[in-house]
Design a protein around this ligand. Structure first.
Ligand SMILES: [Zn+2]
Length: 493
């Protein structure tokens, strides 16, 4: 029966009931006619199951992942597959450390005491016999050892947080992300997974001077540029729909960081079509890497080269400090993390209604325990008080998560409106370091994708539309959000 027929029948009843029904009609009619993307999104937040919300957010068009570390961003199952599958690694052999026994041998001091540290066969052969005995070929691991290895590459066990991450996990990644044959392949595989989630831009942090050939010989950075450029122009890379640019990342606490900054500016200036900005990373509780150390070298670079944008990690710490302010003084355009920003009120006020963007990393901040209670995260305050923000994955391979998890966390914890949700991706593209023409193209493409999404998913029939989406679910998402969909991010390779 149509709504009108029903109403006519009701109005034939007693006058009191009729008045009541007319009142109900008067109240409900505007709502019936006012189903906008914003109201449907509110309805979804109120009524969707976790699986339904996840499907809808997986299908959501996303913008750029601006805070994205090359090695840490790849699903760790892909990493292990590259090490153990000769078809993937082109016949290279690797050894992995399966015991850590103190030895007085020369050379032992140069190695970190880290289980599941992987090296090339050539490097392993240079070790003394007693050190060599602590390693075995990666292809000889038992299935239990292999599972422990994969787990060791992720923060997936109770008690694992920033010490594990900064001091161990990075060692375990081993040489493949600096291998000029394999790193571009891993990037394209990762672009495919990001593309499936609707991500359209990656601004990856890397070190062009850090690549080697399979024998460990350094590759000139110009050659690294040429190889990545050619790989990204291949049909399978283009088919991902994901545009890639690189930032050069400086490890801030190293003794020669100033020299690395000078090299980064010179290199970017000569390769601006692919390399677009400078970053600085490294744990901020290491006092040797404080932003103020670099003021003079950035001034020197700014006197020498036409503008090169800066996105710098700052405020990824528990305590209040002046690191974000000092980082803005270096000339930073974007702040990576900014977790402690609200503890520095003057700098927070400076960011409001200004042009600096804060790159938010919700899953990272939780797993590294910079923010243990979502209510303490500055993200919603920044979002709602005029500080540009976007969502990012940081090292999602180590979190065992994906981009959808960032959106799910944000929508669930902070009750994002539809306008707020789409503002995040827009901000990521607006504040990207892309050239203006490419930026305009990606923004137009994003707006078109949002319109198509609204037409397909943000209607009163959203539940039916959601059922047709098959998301790629991460282990993090499955655990954190109680999802029942199969876990298959690591199986995509
Ligand atoms: Zn980072």
């Amino acid at each position: 029966m149509s709504f009108l027929a029903c109403l006519l029948r009701v109005t034939a009843l007693a006058p009191r009931v009729r008045h009541l029904s007319l009142l109900v009609f008067a109240l409900s009619a505007p709502a019936l006619h006012a189903a906008t993307p914003a109201t449907v999104f509110d309805d979804i937040k109120a009524r969707a199951t976790p699986d339904e919300l996840y499907r809808l957010l997986f299908a959501l068009p996303k913008g750029g992942d601006l805070h994205h570390h090359g090695g840490g961003a790849v699903p760790m199952e892909f990493v292990v597959d590259y090490y153990t599958n000769p078809a993937r690694n082109r016949g290279q052999k690797y050894y992995i450390r399966t015991s850590v026994v103190p030895t007085a041998d020369a050379g032992a001091a140069a190695l970190p005491d880290v289980l599941y540290h992987v090296v090339r066969e050539g490097a392993w052969k240079t070790f003394s016999p007693s050190i060599r005995a602590q390693w075995k070929p990666v292809t000889d691991l038992t299935s239990a050892e292999k599972a422990a290895w994969i787990s060791s590459l992720k923060l997936d066990q109770p008690g694992e947080a920033r010490d594990e991450f900064f001091e161990k996990t990075w060692w375990r990644l081993g040489p493949i992300f600096g291998d000029i044959e394999l790193a571009p392949e891993l990037l394209v595989e990762n672009m495919k997974t990001f593309g499936r989630e609707g991500v359209r831009y990656l601004e990856m942090q890397t070190i062009p001077a850090g690549y080697t050939d399979r024998d460990g010989r350094p590759i000139p950075a110009d050659e690294v540029y040429r190889i990545f450029r050619e790989r990204l122009a291949q049909p399978d890379a283009l088919a991902t729909g994901v545009t890639v640019r690189f930032q050069i990342v400086i490890i801030r606490f190293l003794p020669r960081a100033e020299e690395a900054i000078r090299g980064a500016f010179a290199f970017i200036d000569a390769h601006r079509d692919l390399f677009v900005g400078v970053n600085m990373a490294g744990r901020e509780d290491n006092g040797k890497g404080q932003a103020a150390r670099f003021t003079s070298v950035f001034r020197e670079m700014q006197a020498k080269y036409p503008r090169i944008p800066l996105a710098i990690h700052a405020g990824e710490s528990d305590e209040a400090n002046a690191n974000i302010r000092d980082t803005l003084l270096l000339g930073a355009d974007r702040i990576g993390h900014g977790v402690n920003i609200l503890k520095d009120p003057a700098t927070y006020l400076l960011l409001r209604n200004n042009r600096y963007l804060v790159e938010i990393n919700l899953v990272s901040n939780r797993l590294l325990e910079y923010v243990t209670d979502p209510a303490q995260h500055p993200f919603p305050v920044l979002l709602r008080t005029g500080v540009p923000v976007c969502l990012n994955t940081d090292d999602r391979g180590m979190w065992d998560s994906n981009f959808t998890d960032e959106y799910f966390t944000a929508v669930k914890n902070y009750n994002l409106s539809w306008a707020e949700t789409i503002s995040l991706a827009r901000a990521s593209l607006v504040h990207s370091f892309l050239d203006e023409a490419t930026k305009a193209r990606l923004l137009a493409d994003y707006d078109k994708a949002v319109a198509a999404y609204e037409a397909r998913f943000l209607t009163p029939e959203w539940r039916t539309a959601a059922a047709a989406v098959t998301p790629v679910v991460s282990n993090y998402g499955k655990k954190a959000f109680n999802l029942t969909a199969p876990v298959n991010l690591g199986d995509l390779r």
